[in-house]
Write a new protein. Structure first.
Length: 209
């Protein structure tokens, strides 16, 4: 059973539409998001709905774990009752995937959470943003951007208008998937959503295989 959803991002207006803030952007796609009464708590924006908890850490990505630990400790939430919603450069743009535990993929937010909780045995809802290298137009960025951007520059750059169009249905589907994970249990969704090939792109062939 899930009890806590953590949406990863960096605070500040200049980061709002960065690729690294895909977790926060998915949170905004929740049907109930406009009426949620977020409050400052645990160095985060926090909402509690009966037995469910939602957290948007308001510290930088590499300190996210401190916020997660504070909330999990206060409400006595087990590690395997946590799902972290985050961007993933190893998944193609337009892809969403559900995963339990495993590697961290160099993601500073996940690293911080593992360091704080002492384990990586939490659930992840991964939003594909693609890599900056070997990209082509329509598949995550322009050739010029690919040549000039490293990983850090890539994740801290904004989604293009074309990418945002592709991601809109991804965020909506991801929000629905998150609700199902809370109500039905994430393990019931793994057969369908654990594969990287779960492409939700607007146009055919806009995802990488």
């Amino acid at each position: 059973m899930l009890r806590l959803a953590v949406f990863l991002g960096n605070p500040g207006i200049k980061y709002r539409r960065n690729r690294h803030n895909a977790g926060w952007m998915l949170a905004e796609a929740l049907e109930i998001y406009p009426v949620l009464n977020w409050q400052d708590k645990f160095r985060a924006l926090y909402v509690g709905l009966e037995k469910y908890h939602f957290l948007k850490p308001q510290v930088y990505m590499n300190l996210s774990g401190k916020s997660v630990l504070a909330a999990a400790s206060f409400y006595k939430i087990n590690i395997d009752e946590i799902i972290v919603v985050h961007d993933d450069i190893e998944l193609p743009l337009g892809t969403i995937s559900l995963k339990f535990s495993g590697g961290l993929g160099g993601h500073n937010g996940l690293r911080s959470i593992k360091a704080s909780l002492g384990s990586a045995d939490f659930w992840r809802l991964r939003i594909g943003i693609g890599r900056p290298d070997d990209r082509v137009p329509g598949k995550g960025g322009s050739i010029e951007a690919s040549r000039n951007a490293g990983i850090a520059d890539w994740v801290l750059s904004n989604f293009t208008a074309a990418e945002t169009e592709i991601l809109t249905p991804v965020f909506n589907t991801g929000a629905e998937l998150l609700v199902k994970a809370f109500t039905a249990g994430p393990e019931t969704l793994l057969p369908e959503w654990a594969k990287k090939s779960a492409c939700l792109c607007v146009e055919e062939n806009t995802c990488l295989d």
